[in-house]
Design a binder for this molecule. Sequence first.
Ligand code: BDR
Ligand code: CA
Length: 316
Amino acid sequence: MGTDDRRKIIIDCDPGHDDAIAILLAVASPKIELVGITTVAGNAEVDKTTMNALKVCEIAGLRDVPVAKGAGQPLVRRRETASDIHGDTGMDGPELPAPTKTAVSEHAVDFLIRELLASDGDITLVPVGPLTNIAMAMRKEPAILPKIREVVIMGGGTFGNWTPAAEFNIYVDAEAAKIVFESGVPITMFGLDLTHQALATEEVQARIKGIGNRVSDFVVELLQFFMQTYKEVFGFDGAPIHDACCVAYCIDPTLFGCRKLRVDIETKGEFSYGMTVVDMLGVTGKEPNANVALQLDRDRFWTMMVDTLNNYAKKV
Ligand code: BDR
Ligand code: CA
């Protein structure tokens, strides 16, 4: 694939073990042009997720791509973080040196607006944390809407991991999610139905360890911590690398089986706040507003992951 065919993306994230892997995958892929990284409060407070993003850039050897810090609070609700899953720093486990790179002074929301308005409509947004920055950008400058090629979201599903009904990213800022899902822009949703199929088991980790470069060693350290908390909290035999699925889709959409479905966001329910209500049988009669990823080709997915991370042997 030539340089001109690379897919332009902005990753909006809250690193986060799986966020880090998403960034590392994007940097290493010859099919992706990473335009920028924006950060948001989610797994930890925004100062921590921004610091983690900068550390990931450092280990990836990424110097020229801007990191812009974004919203520290959800639009309406009180902030919640996921320290039981990701640790107090949001990315506990690996010991990394302080980064030399700093965040740009521009706010993430203004960065998103400026980049989108200046684009040819060819930028894909990849939000893998709460949707606060994306919703704020849409509200602040609606002229960005027709400029967005696609929003590839990690969030939601037909069941929850934060409450029985709600997945963490959507629950933390359901009002923001509602704005995004009702925006009319093309959306592909990677919910838990899909991301739990992307389980980094011991066998997968052994394959990644076998790559033997600095980044693959770091990924294994991330996965060891993440796997431990997923075992303790959910009884899983591996770590689902949720956020990396969105980047994998930008690299090769044929890895996924998707269906066009109606997805509404619950913002009122007593037990269902933050739920993505997915109309699997078309009972609402409403037009689909999302391409929902439901099936993963596991073999090809892990082969692509390992092959792509292998590029760091030459790069770093
Ligand atoms: C999502 O929440 C976070 O803990 C992960 O980084 C992922 O984006 C999974 O529910
Ligand atoms: Ca995340």
